[in-house]
Design a binder for this molecule. Structure first.
Ligand code: SF4
Ligand code: SF4
Ligand code: F3S
Length: 370
């Protein structure tokens, strides 16, 4: 793949895992981000964190459909998208029109206006024919009608298209944590970043006439605390931290909960990996959705991820129990006597949670009715 800059992977990369299966679509994450960063004049239409209902929802509207159509049919070397399968289509960098660094488009103003459009709108396989038997819905009753919530922030990509796009070189990726930022002093509002980010996560400020984007809550991350959208999550679906960037480094540091989920257990997958930016927000895919849709959205590894998620062992259950147990960024975990224990960057224990909740039966003498 042709990326215009030399690769400079940070040793520790800002990353997160979102468990799509557990999201209740409450938008607490969305509002916590809004009330922290985008409540000023010119930012009214900005939602650095948004949660959209798939397959129809999107902010901006149809952001993924539009780019997927431009990119054309894409194929993995195994039709069912098995792990280890190789992508044979073009990334957005390889499909770049002459004179551009990547394939993209600039949404119209009206496409940003309805962030919640199609919320809770389901789609269906043909109800007259009943369930599509060829669709393996992973041990759950087959649903003919389905939708799911997709949580979205900037992916702080390893190959950021926004950074490559900017003619002013106003965007940079921090070496210490891989967070991608727009330098507000350098930006002149050219909006190439918005045009070429495949996830449409830079946004134009109508008052200042320069662009802004999710900053990964870096002032909190520098204090060892998770981003606001992560810490606020009511559904406890999010875990954020710093992971190793290269898989071999991650494998050598398997006690890091993000390395463990993403690189060891491989239950969390990147969003539209075919775009080629190597996004760093990972998703545990939903279990009840037709597989073809999931292959397109999360690429190879869907079957394997769902298999592991559906048959989890005590260790994996322990790491999932650490989701939203503390606001501190967990650097390490271990499993000890049916408890999951999390440690901060100094190696100090910051949280201990039971893996199996104890069942306590109220003795008869405390019954208030007979
Ligand atoms: Fe840039 Fe978009 Fe990747 Fe964020 S998601 S780093 S804005 S290319
Ligand atoms: Fe989903 Fe959590 Fe956001 Fe609620 S706060 S919409 S559960 S990601
Ligand atoms: Fe560059 Fe985007 Fe600003 S392209 S100049 S960072 S609007």
């Amino acid at each position: 793949m042709d990326y215009p800059y030399e690769e400079a992977r940070p040793k520790r990369q800002y990353a997160a895992v979102f468990n799509v299966n557990k999201c209740i679509g409450c938008q607490t994450c969305t509002m916590s981000c809004k009330s922290t960063w985008t409540y000023s004049k010119g930012q009214e239409h900005m939602w650095w964190n948004n949660v959209e209902t798939k397959p129809y929802g999107g902010y901006p509207q149809f952001w993924d459909h539009k780019l997927l159509e431009k990119l054309g049919p894409n194929k993995w070397s195994s039709a069912t998208g098995q792990n280890g399968s190789v992508y044979s289509g073009k990334t957005i960098f390889e499909a770049a029109p002459i004179g551009e660094v990547a394939l993209g488009y600039l949404p119209e103003d009206k496409e940003w206006q309805s962030p919640n459009i199609y919320e809770d709108t389901p789609t269906t396989t043909d109800p007259d024919k009943g369930p599509d038997e060829s669709v393996d819905l992973v041990n759950l009753p087959a649903h003919t009608t389905w939708f799911f919530y997709l949580q979205r922030i900037c992916n702080h990509c390893t190959h950021p298209a926004c950074l490559a796009a900017c003619p002013r070189k106003a965007i940079y990726k921090r070496q210490e944590d891989g967070i991608v930022l727009i330098d507000q002093n350098r930006c002149r509002g050219y909006r190439k970043c918005i045009e070429l980010c495949p996830y449409k996560k830079p946004m134009y400020n109508l008052a200042t006439r320069i662009s802004e984007k999710c900053i990964g809550c870096y002032p909190r991350v520098e204090q060892g605390i998770e981003a606001r959208c992560m810490a606020a999550c009511v559904g406890k679906i999010r875990l954020q931290g710093l992971k190793n960037s290269l898989p071999e480094e991650a494998e050598a540091n398997a006690e890091n909960p993000l390395n463990y989920l993403i690189h060891i257990k491989k239950i969390a997958l990147p969003l539209y990996p075919q775009y080629g930016t190597e996004p760093n927000i990972y998703y545990i895919p939903p279990r009840w959705i037709p597989k073809q849709f999931l292959y397109q959205m999360f690429g190879p590894g869907v079957d394997e991820a769902l298999k592991v998620y559906s048959n989890m062992d005590e260790e994996l259950l322990g790491v999932l129990s650490l989701f939203r147990s503390t606001q501190k960024i967990l650097e390490k975990f271990n499993i000890n006597s049916n408890q999951a224990v999390g440690y901060d960057a100094k190696g100090q224990e910051v949280i201990r949670v039971p893996i199996d909740e104890p069942v306590i039966v109220r003795p008869p003498k405390y019954h208030n009715t007979s």
